[in-house]
Design a protein around this ligand. Structure first.
Ligand code: NAD
Length: 525
């Protein structure tokens, strides 16, 4: 059920292609957030009692509702984010649908959520039967960005629900319509009242949500700067967080790569969603023997891209989301050119004006440039020829970010070996970005790219807290380490260690005989 946000103010949904206001949504007053949390807690107390397979059934219904409304959802994504229709379908709707499909499988879910036996190796605790139980946190806050306004939040809401939690979703203030639609989809699936509530608003609403008593965990996806604030806030309240932050993904093209295919991958990886993807290819390290041909192909293919509104069927690259993002790209390019970079394609605002920016290819770059150090989050590919694979790895790892990377080679073994040397949460050999769309693949970063994982079995685990339970079969026996200490007990304790760990087995048996009587003597407290 969507919260009936009692509005003091409105959020404007703006079409980034035209700057027009296309819808208005009531923002949730900060003062109302504690009430939302309370309602979520009430709903969760029932929801957690359902069997995992029953919760999975709701996820299946959510998938069906999304499937039926997919055209409308894709249309709203295109209008609100500006991305081409094909991308709204492939990157948002398909990923969300497949995630729902994945988490709705009752057998898989039952296997993941059932308690796990914990066999004990130590003789001292052999009488205990140990188990790990997986329990929901309660109310989870999910704070989302605008760039994949369906795929990102759904990839987190679904496992949160499956684990038995309630969710308060705060979509980006740039995509309130997509956020509202997610609420409607949950309604349509018949989820209990209050279980999923959409809290609309900007940063102040996100900040208030993180600070509200009763929010037991925070999943934040967004920029490094905001992620840092969220982490600080969570630390103050001692609640755990998952941070999915920015990236500066490198693509390593080796001399034996399929250059024709790799160049298409670079162009798509750099310019899909107008370069506004956390896993966008931003840095290209290309072995010198193929660098010239690769660069020529990238420049030629970039020149063939059609820049236009996402609503026009043949647009390849839509607008950027807001003027400030365009300005950041311009600033990085200015700095790079001042330090010796050469622009081979694009490099300026597109003739149609507004937030449209020409897909840009740059070379003669180095790591003193902001363009190579900071996330660009715009349509810019920076190509850096390198002497060999070792140099490519060294430069790729010379970054505070560690989200994704790719290696291009016809030699699968070498590709895998290089993948293991890269400092990233995911490395694709001969593909870019696709790991985000694979339900079984854990998604998340290292370093400034954040911590924790979403998607996959690990993404579900993030939504669960572990409880260890053991039951001692020797209920009538006092433990040897309890009170009633004496010099004799210290000797016996040491003999017990000899029994467990002495290298010579004869000595171990001898010591055991001497120790057991003292350890289990009846006159203990
Ligand atoms: P952002 O940090 O500006 O905003 C993200 C969300 O945080 C929004 O909902 C915003 O309203 C909210 N927010 C703002 N201030 C807040 C505060 N003080 N406390 C709590 N919430 C607050 O990011 P953005 O511009 O929406 O998204 C772009 C960034 O997201 C890029 O850096 C991109 O790489 C990253 N991103 C990462 C992933 C990933 O999976 N790693 C996926 C998508 C986007």
């Amino acid at each position: 059920m969507v919260s009936p946000a009692i509005a003091a103010e409105y959020l404007e949904s703006v079409d980034p292609a035209t700057g027009e206001v296309i819808a208005r949504f009531a923002s949730t007053p900060v003062a109302k957030i504690p009430e939302c949390v309370e309602r979520a807690q009430q709903a969760q107390s029932e929801w957690r009692r359902l069997l995992p397979a029953q919760r999975a059934q709701f996820i299946g219904r959510l998938r069906d509702v999304l499937f039926h409304r997919r055209a409308e959802v894709a249309e709203v994504i295109t209008r609100e984010v500006g991305k081409p229709r094909v991308e709204a379908i492939f990157s948002d709707v398909t990923v969300a649908l497949d995630t729902a499909h994945y988490y709705s499988n009752p057998l898989r879910v039952a296997r993941w959520l059932r308690p796990e036996r914990v066999p004990h190796h130590n003789l001292a605790v052999k009488s205990k039967r140990g188990e790990m139980h997986f329990e929901p946190y309660g109310v989870i806050a999910i704070i989302s960005p605008w760039n994949y306004p369906l795929a990102v939040p759904m990839g987190q809401i679904l496992p949160a629900l499956l684990a038995g939690n309630a969710v308060l979703l705060k979509p980006s203030e740039f995509t309130p319509w997509c956020g509202a639609l997610i609420g409607e989809l949950c309604d349509g699936a018949g989820l209990p009242e209050g279980l999923v509530q959409v809290v609309q608003g900007g940063g102040e609403v996100g900040a208030a949500l993180v600070q509200t008593e009763g929010v037991a965990k925070v999943l934040f996806t967004g920029s490094v700067a905001t992620g840092r604030k969220v982490a600080e806030s969570c630390a103050r309240r001692l609640v755990p967080s998952v941070l999915e932050l920015g990236g500066k993904d490198a693509m390593l093209v080796l001399s034996d790569a399929e250059v024709e295919v790799a160049s298409s991958a670079a162009v798509w990886g750099g310019f899909t969603n107008c370069g506004q993807a956390c896993l966008s290819v931003e840095r290209l390290y290309v072995e010198r023997s193929v660098a010239e041909r690769f660069t020529e192909l990238v420049v030629a293919k970039t020149g063939r891209l059609r820049v236009g509104p996402g609503s026009e069927a043949d647009s390849d690259v839509g607008p950027m989301i807001r003027p400030q993002q365009v300005e950041r790209v311009e600033r990085q390019l200015r700095d790079a050119v001042a330090r010796g970079a050469r622009i081979l394609a694009g490099g300026k605002r597109a003739a149609r004006g507004g937030n449209f920016f020409e897909p840009t290819v740059v070379t003669d770059v180095n790591h003193t440039m902001e363009l190579m150090r900071e996330e660009t989050f715009g349509p810019v590919l920076a190509i850096c020829p390198v002497a060999n694979a070792e140099e490519a790895v060294r430069l790729a790892n010379d970054s505070v970010f560690g989200l994704g990377a790719s290696v291009w080679t016809r030699d699968a073994k070498r590709g895998r070996e290089m993948a293991l040397q890269l400092n990233a949460g995911a490395v694709m050999v001969n593909d870019v970005i696709s790991a985000f769309g694979i339900c079984e693949a854990p998604h998340g970063g290292r370093g400034a790219s954040g911590w924790g994982r979403t998607h996959s079995r690990l993404g579900l685990q993030e939504m669960l807290q572990v409880k260890y339970v053991d039951v001692d079969g020797l209920a009538r026996v006092r433990k040897p380490w309890w009170f009633g200490y004496s010099a004799e007990l210290a000797v016996a304790a040491d003999r017990f260690l000899e029994f467990l760990y002495a290298p010579d087995w004869r000595r171990r048996v001898r010591q055991a005989r001497g120790a057991l009587g003292t350890l289990f003597r009846k006159n203990r407290i």
